[in-house]
Design a protein around this ligand. Structure first.
Ligand SMILES: [Zn+2]
Length: 353
């Protein structure tokens, strides 16, 4: 595998989005995440100059929403600074539509950590308040204060944010775990919404959220065995997301990471998985596609590389399966947690004195 060609592929998305990706403009932060984290997993951050790293960090901070005193608890990050309102309502003000989005907040914080920022400009308190304010009565989370999307993806993003900021505030972890446990299906997988079909991406989100919130012990041994079986049965060369669906590069991450978390990845067939992922790479332009012979995109490129990292592909950094960032970035995050802890201990001591 030519690492450099894939790193250069990602670096292109940091400057300009091709026309066919213009529909993703409102979620540009996630493309920034795939590119920056992808370059990191390829151990090629040297491809970015110090100036361009600084520009990316400043751009990420420009996406942060700082809530107004006494206003909506809408702290977090937006996906882009542009608002595509073709038909803006009367008395339209851009401020009116500013609120953090859980997926954007998770990916923005991850980009900052990967690039070595100390998160000192992150309004941690407002973000955790924002996460707690979008938790629903059933334990799941909406994507944003005004959003109506809610499912396991946002349970996962909420868990990543609280773990990364090392603060669960008023988030009800127990209620969250109840939502997850209720979504486990008869076949051992987990569904996006209650009573739906088990899905590979959702299953990863649920298992990672349990791990990040330190609630893995809530799964009993029977549930664990059925889960392991459901995940391992998704392999057919590469991995599929659901029974009777074609295999797809990104599931080498979703299913692979879930298997890593429950310590069962070694039971999968490494050789076939690797062969499938590598068959989806574009060796000239760079990147990976979902199926062999189709065009590559940043999403499948990132997850394909993470899948290869689980297979210990030479030259790739190890990936932390729950947070979906390199172990190097994960260690940096753990160091930040230690510094925050020291600061708060010092503050307590100063107050006593
Ligand atoms: Zn896919």
């Amino acid at each position: 595998m030519n690492k450099r060609v894939h790193a250069r592929y990602f670096s292109r998305f940091l400057n300009l989005l091709p026309h066919r990706l213009s529909c993703h403009d409102s979620t540009r932060a996630t493309i920034g995440f795939f590119s920056v984290s992808g370059i990191d997993v390829l151990d090629s951050l040297d491809l970015l100059s110090e100036e361009s790293k600084k520009n990316i960090i400043d751009w990420i901070y420009s996406l942060q929403v700082i809530p107004k005193e006494g206003g909506l608890k809408c702290g977090g990050f937006q996906g882009a600074t542009t608002l595509n309102l073709l038909d803006p309502p009367e008395n339209y003000s851009t401020d009116q539509y500013k609120w953090g989005h859980l997926a954007m907040t998770y990916t923005c914080i991850a980009v900052l950590v990967i690039l070595g920022d100390d998160l000192s400009r992150v309004d941690r308190k407002a973000i955790i308040e924002g996460v707690a304010s979008v938790q629903r009565d059933d334990g799941s989370f909406s994507a944003s204060v005004e959003g109506n999307e809610f499912d396991m993806r946002f349970v996962y993003c909420a868990s990543c944010i609280c773990f990364m900021l090392n603060d669960w505030g008023n988030v009800d972890k127990k209620l969250m775990s109840q939502y997850i446990l209720k979504s486990i299906r008869y076949d051992g997988g987990v569904s996006q919404h209650l009573e739906n079909e088990s899905h590979g991406g959702t299953t990863f989100c649920a298992i990672a959220a349990l791990q990040l919130s330190d609630q893995m012990h809530l799964l009993n041994s029977k549930q664990m065995e059925k889960l392991k079986r459901w995940l391992l049965f998704r392999q057919d060369g590469g991995f599929q997301g659901r029974p009777n669906k074609p295999i797809d590069t990104c599931y080498s991450f979703w299913i692979g990471a879930a298997l890593k978390i429950i310590d069962a990845f070694e039971l999968s067939n490494f050789k076939e998985n690797r062969e499938y992922i590598l068959s989806c790479q574009d060796t000239i332009v760079g990147g990976f596609s979902k199926w062999s012979g189709t065009s590559s995109d940043p999403f499948h490129t990132y997850f394909g590389l993470c899948g290869l990292s689980f297979l210990r592909e030479p030259g790739l950094l190890e990936v932390q399966p729950c947070l979906n960032i390199s172990m190097r970035a994960f260690e940096r995050l753990k160091n930040l947690h230690k510094i925050w802890q020291l600061h708060s201990q010092m503050e307590v001591q100063l107050n006593i004195e």
